[in-house]
Ligand binder design. Structure first.
Ligand code: CU
Length: 130
């Protein structure tokens, strides 16, 4: 059914385009282009946080349960990634020197707010979804 319809439309297009010079390429393009161009990973949320100018960037990210988040410190001073609530088993890094990274895998869904220990005004949030 569907094939017949598609074939008929190609025929019509072919007939309409018959006056023009290039008619051979139209039927091939319709089938191949739709499947290959869809695979860009736009839905993938970032799992990287940059620490720069005494701030976490982005300050809030949303990840799926089981995601490992990486923080990279670009400041000359050391920072930490410290869960506001130490009892929930969230991130709790040592001091992260310049150029170093800290990774933490979120295995529990929920909202984790964190800060930097030497600079408590530095705040960030990781929202972990199921
Ligand atoms: Cu800090």
């Amino acid at each position: 059914m569907k094939y017949k319809l598609a074939f008929a439309s190609v025929l019509i297009v072919g007939l309409l385009a018959a006056g023009c010079s290039s008619t051979t390429s139209t039927s091939q393009n319709t089938t191949s282009s739709t499947s290959s161009t869809q695979s860009t990973t736009t839905a993938q949320a970032t799992n990287s946080v940059t620490i720069s100018n005494y701030a976490f960037s982005p300050s809030s990210i949303t990840v799926k349960k089981g995601t490992t988040v990486t923080w990279t410190n670009q400041d000359a001073v050391s920072h930490t990634v410290t869960d506001d609530d130490a009892s929930v088993g969230g991130p709790a890094s040592q001091l992260i020197p310049q150029g170093q990274t800290y990774t933490f895998t979120f295995n529990t869904a929920g909202t984790f707010t964190y800060h930097c220990q030497p600079h408590p005004y530095m705040k960030g949030t990781v929202i972990v979804t199921e």
